[in-house]
Ligand binder design. Structure first.
Ligand code: ZN
Length: 278
């Protein structure tokens, strides 16, 4: 199997997002108004897996409309996102880096994708869904959908970015894997497993890609950098810190497993785009 690590834009955020304090209302207000010079740039990664069952895309990054000229455009960003989300993230996607643009460069059209897996419904993971909505299957854990539709997540995860696309929403099932022992085994052979890693959102999935005794773990936003699990620093952006800690402990165990080929976080600036062969 090959895993293409694709960067589909960036965010410019307050440094406390990956390593900081809980995002309460006061902290959020501070982060929304932070001056650009005080922000750090973090990548937004997606992953294309060449799997025997077909092409599988994990997450979708930013859409082109958010950043028509490839730079941060406050007006364009606020036309796609709620204005407070645009102010929080300062999103941009350089020309040629939106997901459909990168796929086209590889000779892949959206309809050639067999699966799009969404780890969770935060805007930086689903804004690009519009570009790949013709994929044969779009898969989202039911638990993520359930919470997003019924709670405060409605503000954080605006439905207009994703609700109109036909999604399959399987339930997590009991498993020996994961901090919550909840897994969606996509093909029933453990080669692609969506593993519930709660805390950043309740329903979020990490992805375990397995071939024989080796595996790659995509943490989504359960961790922003290896520092999170190595030094036990809970990312600032999340709702349930106890759950975040539990998910980090599981990631640390997985990273220490001799079969672990790589652990990749969606916003780790140390990760570089490229291909991992598994
Ligand atoms: Zn994210």
């Amino acid at each position: 199997m090959k895993i293409h690590v694709l960067q589909c834009g960036s965010i410019r955020v307050d440094p406390t997002v990956p390593f900081g304090k809980r995002l309460d209302l006061i902290e959020a207000a501070k982060q929304l108004t932070a001056a650009d010079k005080n922000r750090i740039t973090l990548p937004v990664f997606t992953y294309l897996i060449e799997h025997p069952q077909g092409l599988i895309l994990v997450d979708t990054g930013w859409c082109r409309e958010i950043s028509p000229d490839g730079v941060y455009d406050p007006k364009a960003a606020a036309a796609v996102l709620p204005s407070q989300m645009a102010a929080l993230f300062h999103p941009f996607v350089p020309k040629g880096m939106a997901i459909h643009e990168q796929l086209a460069g590889m000779g892949i059209g959206p309809e050639d994708l067999d699966y799009v897996l969404l780890t969770h419904l935060d805007v930086d993971h689903v804004a690009g869904l519009r570009h790949v909505s013709k994929a044969k299957h779009i898969v989202l854990p039911e638990y993520e959908y359930y919470w997003s539709c019924r709670t405060v997540y409605k503000i954080r995860q605006p439905q207009e970015l994703w609700i109109q696309y036909p999604m399959e929403r399987p339930y997590y099932r009991g498993s020996s894997l994961g901090p919550n022992h909840w897994v969606i085994d996509l093909f029933g052979d453990e080669s692609i497993q969506l593993v519930n890693v709660p805390g950043h959102t309740e329903g979020q999935a990490a992805i375990v890609i397995r071939n024989g005794g080796r595996f790659v773990l995509l943490t989504a936003d359960a961790a922003f950098s290896p520092r999170n699990w190595q030094e036990n620093i809970v990312p600032g952006f999340g709702f349930a810190r106890d759950f975040q800690r539990k998910s980090l402990r599981w990631i640390a165990d997985m990273a220490a497993d001799p079969g672990c080929a790589a652990v990749l976080c969606s916003h780790d600036p140390e990760v570089k785009p490229g291909i991992i062969t598994l």
